[in-house]
Design a protein around this ligand. Sequence first.
Ligand SMILES: NC(=O)C1=CN([C@@H]2O[C@H](COP(=O)(O)OP(=O)(O)OC[C@H]3O[C@@H](n4cnc5c(N)ncnc54)[C@H](O)[C@@H]3O)[C@@H](O)[C@H]2O)C=CC1
Ligand SMILES: C[N+](C)(C)CC(=O)CC(=O)[O-]
Length: 478
Amino acid sequence: MKTAAIIGGGVIGGGWAARFLLNGWDVRVFDPDPQAERKISEVLANARRSLPSLYDKMLPAEGVLSFHDDMADAVAGTSWIQESVPEQLDLKHKIYAQIQKHAPKDAILGSSTSGFRASQLQDGALNPGQIIVAHPFNPVYLLPLVELVPSPQTPASVTERATSLLTSIGMKPLVIRKEIDAHIADRLLEAVWREGLWLIKDGICTTEELDDSIRYGFGLRWAQMGLFETYRIAGGEAGMKHFMAQFGPALKWPWTKLMDVPEFTEELVDLIASQSDAQSGHLSIRELERLRDDNLVGMMRALKKSGSGAGGLITAHEAMLPDPEPVDLPVTVSRRIPQSWTDYNGHMNEANYTEASSQATDRFMEMIGCDAAYIASGRSYFTVENHIRFLNELHEGDELTITTQVLKAEGKKMHLFHRLTGPDGKLAATVETLLLHMDTNARATSLPSEEVSAMLTAYADAHAALSLPEGAGRHVGQ
Ligand SMILES: NC(=O)C1=CN([C@@H]2O[C@H](COP(=O)(O)OP(=O)(O)OC[C@H]3O[C@@H](n4cnc5c(N)ncnc54)[C@H](O)[C@@H]3O)[C@@H](O)[C@H]2O)C=CC1
Ligand SMILES: C[N+](C)(C)CC(=O)CC(=O)[O-]
């Protein structure tokens, strides 16, 4: 029942297609470009290797992608239609007239427009209330922000539905309270871009030096704290007021040329294009995309640990994803192998088997009530011994399932056996692990609470009927 139409499948439409597909939606693309299918399949390949790497849980099964020459076929029965045609208002109006002739009345029609206001887009439309600005950021499949801009004519119910739907595909809808040309983020980006063009035109720096001034410095700060939280810290202990008092007056000095636009002469365009070629021309666009995506995944996974910004959002989205179907043993991990877990031998690195089994142990601890609240109360389990058997290779993008069997639960001891299975249910590894219950304040072993003990014993009793797994109790050199 979850079907989206992508109208215009270029850089941004392709990214939207990947975001919807990898979150389990069927996607229909309408784009007259004969190369659209090839381009989208390349974007999709990059999305498949990066987006699942953000999650420690499986995303829903991928939806079905289809291409359509007929607008009526593309939009019939859809609940979300995303327009991403070039940034020309008359073209967007023409497309809306075609879409709205055939689209379900209650489908949401989001526009990727970087600069037009929702009321400009709605002007002359058959069903204006259906149209809303949904402005994403490239790469749409990885970056969560989407500026959601209603006009005064947009019913609140449309904005609310759009918010909940975009949240369900892992995005961060930022509802803009008052429509304005270029929303919020593109105003900031344009200001930086315009200033950058001046600095290059005036021979102050090259494209590479300008990029260095961002990526070695404030770019790193912005990804996790934005502008104002960063500046609050820059005010020192005296805080934001002190920061404003110190740097506010500088705004009166003519540091910037923000209101002038350098003329786009052939000379300026050639200067920037040749500097950009010198900087990055040795890599293809797809290679650059993969480099960008790997870096984004690494940064977002780091933010996931602290719960900051985009990282906290991934954790919240993960909590909305369905748990795996129960089998005779509890499934404690169901995820894909991220690119970052593979090594120079072209397969999953040994260290990451420990990481995966540690995720399985953490999940099993939660299942018996040893959750964050229990741990905060000063009680937990510590691992004291592991034995790993590597039986089959695992590769980037493979589905990984871990089941957990309790071999013994006695007093402070919890003895578990994790089976790691890869594609086609093939056993890839086993990890036998012994844990002891601890008083984390005393840093000494202790007995678990009655509740935890009862839940653990229930699993142990159920698993006692199962035969001892092959390989249990094995030691190195046996
Ligand atoms: N490129 C970027 O960084 C961002 C662009 N946007 C916005 O997204 C929209 C699309 O931009 P891009 O994807 O960059 O452009 P693009 O040029 O990569 O893609 C536009 C696509 O629309 C298709 N198209 C042209 N006429 C069409 C029609 N009549 N019906 C269906 N498809 C048609 C083209 O064949 C092309 O594949 C614009 O409104 C832009 O402002 C938003 C965020 C970022
Ligand atoms: C350059 N741009 C205005 C098309 C940029 C955007 O709209 C957002 C982005 O992804 O940078």
